[in-house]
Ligand binder design. Sequence first.
Ligand code: HEM
Length: 447
Amino acid sequence: MVTAPGPVGRPLVGSLPDLAPPLTRMQTILGWTRRYGEVVRVRLGSRVNYVLTSPTAIKHVLLDNAKNYPKSPAYDTLKALLGDGLLTASGQTWLTNRRMIQPYFHQKYIAGLLPTMVACTETLLADWQGRAARGEVVDVSAQMMALALRVVSKTLLSADVTGTEAGVGEALATGLELANARIFAPFQIPEWLPTPNNRRFVHARGVLDGVVLGIIRARRATPGQGDLLDMLLAARDEETGDGLSDHQVRDEVMTIFLAGHETTATALTWTLYLLSRHPDVARKLRAEVAAVLGDRVPTLEDLGKLRYTTMVLEEAMRLYPPIYVIQRQALADDVVDGFTIKAGELVTANMFATHRNPKYWENPEGFDPERFAPENSADRPKFAYLPFGGGGRVCIGNNFAMMEGKVLLAMICRAFHVDALPGQPVVPWPVVTLRVKDGLQATLRAI
Ligand code: HEM
């Protein structure tokens, strides 16, 4: 038996106090990986957790021996918000629903969603003309959240959420903040206790439920849009003939609604921030967009040609992966990269640190999209880069998100310079997803 090295931690709580503050969490983890290596043993209260930054270890957990590693109890915390949707469900419920939902994310289906993505972006750009002319300072994070929310609602649920974006954004931020606090709490306070935080959480969930249940109710009254929501409402189990209960539909829609916009918006916010700090990269991206698109709206064929734009997105998600960790719990004893993992212990693929592992990334802190050129990435192990996860639980919205990211980024950069205000601290804020703390303030310059 070989025990992985790691920090000793304090009596009882272990390293929980070092990891709990979001502001310093990422640097703490990077420090551990530099000091102890690619498998780091960390005690968090009564639990043992291994921080993995080695592609072989991550591949072992997510793919090769995935059956030994179901999702960890941290996902139960998210269940309070998402219910038993695809992201948080397990076992047969997950498998049945994944098979049912998967076809709606095939290339041939999402290709048909392109015009809607373009139309949503055009609405944003029209609004930005006025803001640019007035010299307004905008919060890019909030703008991207609202845009991505409109895209996912219109494309997959045929719903217009105009007017609800600010309320949804606030409720989601509260929900994630409190879910994060629960994940790192030394002990759990039951949700039924009327503490101030529990009340805030229940209120936030109520706001989100109001929007999502409203969309479902309206659709039951007028079905026939031919989208993901119609399919969920009409789905029948092959053996029993049963449909999804109201509860199940709510959970799947809530999951798509939240997982389908928050991550993409976060990726775009970080990308626009990095572009504003790297004008040479921004120039190259604009040159590509001008050459491929000119003044036209993007077609599917164009998207394949936006190679540099794709590399920019990939590099931004390397530095700031919107989902920065994936956690699993071992069912039985195992050996990972030569280290013993005991049944019940947690393993965490830390994408933030893996994407900065100097073994696989030269100058890991630098922003350099060229590293994703085919000739520069051929030798890199697949699991050294995993913004969308890997194995059977890989992100179902991967292709959707890349298509959306390319369309939005190309159209935004063709029309505007987004100038991040100088002097503002732009700090990663890891609360379930890796947001920009307090948002990104910027001015807009029309091109
Ligand atoms: C840049 C954007 C996105 C990123 C970085 C991202 C990242 C991820 C990651 C890392 C996972 C795996 C979690 C785990 O293994 O524990 C995941 C799962 C998932 N994502 Fe995404 N995602 C993005 C966009 C989307 C979109 C657009 C949708 C839907 C419209 C979506 C829906 C889901 C769902 C439903 C799951 C659970 C899949 C399952 O377990 O079967 N995601 N995502």
